[in-house]
Design a protein around this ligand. Structure first.
Ligand code: FAD
Length: 325
């Protein structure tokens, strides 16, 4: 019955063999965006994803807004919310309080990240007490261990309702992985070593940075397995449907897009046709990594449901395939 495969831990009631799907959102920046995001979450929930993750600003700038979105998912859907947490710039005590705050809100799945320090001459300046994501993984487990065995938490699907019970343990502690290399990595071997260190620290799942070629992901997984990494490595895919966004993404991630995709998006004047180009590219890439053994798909949504749901439809993994029976 569990539709979770290697990447999942939660019974979903899905009777299909569909690979687990998950989504990433970011906190809205305005009230209007918050209303639109509520609708997007409702639509994404119809696909019965394994989890929906919500990003977190390095330095904690969006902490409250991240938590609001996570609470919405917890209280209005049956989908597992996953909180991104960053530790950059935090003292040990601050990171400890942050993890407790999210656990107290009923969030039990995390994507533990270091985050990026503010740009400056010394890239290691301002890192804080926890220098790597692996240390945050350990902290999340330790905070959970230290907590009282019982506590108050929200009731999924019942806004405002609270219940007393055994405190839930973290369902997942995910970490980031970089198939084409972290921008500061000295080589691909270091990215594999870093991932192994995160697994040793207690990570149960890895989610990759976006990539554009299936071989980048499949080669990374192979190297990671050879090095002893055993946790599922979920491919992170971002369907991109306009050239400006593609350029911005390249700037942010340093991952060069394929020239043919960049050119096709650039020369196509019609918005709908551009959307089809981006969706088709993402669907083909998703199909290739799934055939290569990927344990599921993690889709970066840009807070829009239309594009990612179209990609899933192209793959035959949309609402109908994910609907509970
Ligand atoms: P780490 O794993 O700690 O690695 C950081 C760097 O240190 C790497 O270069 C690594 O090679 C090196 N390193 C790590 N351990 C060691 C070691 N033992 N010895 C030597 N070198 C080491 N950022 C946000 O601010 N908010 C988000 O919500 C967010 N979500 C993300 C989601 C995903 C799926 C991904 C892939 C990235 C996300 N990021 C986010 C970006 C991330 O914070 C940055 O890429 C950051 O630079 C690295 O974070 P990390 O968790 O991979 O750090």
């Amino acid at each position: 019955m569990a539709a979770t495969g290697a990447a999942g831990t939660r019974e979903t009631g899905d009777c299909t063999d569909r690979p687990p799907i998950s989504f990433e959102l970011f906190p809205p920046r305005s009230d209007a965006a918050a209303i639109a995001l509520g609708r997007t979450i409702d639509r994404l929930a119809e696909v019965d994803p394994a989890f929906i993750s919500v990003t977190f600003g390095a330095g904690g700038s969006q902490r409250g807004r991240s938590l609001t979105v996570l609470r919405y998912i917890l209280e209005h859907t049956s989908v597992e919310p996953m909180a991104h947490l960053t530790c950059v710039g935090s003292s040990h005590a601050e990171a400890n309080r942050l993890v407790r705050e999210f656990l107290d809100a009923g969030i039990t799945s995390f994507l533990a990240l270091r985050g990026d320090p503010p740009e400056g001459d010394d890239p290691d300046a301002g890192l804080g007490d926890l220098g790597t994501a692996a240390e945050l993984v350990q902290l999340i487990h330790r905070v959970q261990e230290e907590r009282e065995p019982f506590g108050e938490s929200g009731v999924p699907g019942a806004p405002g309702a609270r219940r007393i019970g055994a405190r839930p343990r973290p369902e997942r502690v995910a970490v980031a992985a970089f198939p084409t290399g972290h921008p500061r990595s000295r080589g691909l071997a270091q990215d594999v070593d870093t991932l192994l260190a995160k697994e040793v620290a207690g990570a149960t799942l890895a989610i990759t940075q976006l990539f554009w070629h299936a071989d980048d992901y499949l080669g990374f997984v192979e190297r990671a397995r050879t090095a002893g990494v055993t946790i599922p490595i979920l491919p992170g895919l971002m369907p991109v449907t306009n050239p400006a966004r593609l350029a911005r993404l390249t700037e942010l991630t340093g991952v060069e897009p394929p020239a043919d995709l960049a050119i096709d998006l650039e020369i196509e004047p019609d918005g709908e046709a551009r959307a089809r180009i981006g969706e088709e590219y993402a669907a083909n890439l998703a199909g290739e990594v799934l055939r290569g053994g990927a344990p599921g798909l993690h889709l970066y949504t840009y807070n829009r449901h239309e594009t990612v749901l179209s990609v899933l439809d192209r793959l035959g993994l949309g609402v109908r395939a994910g609907r509970r029976t």
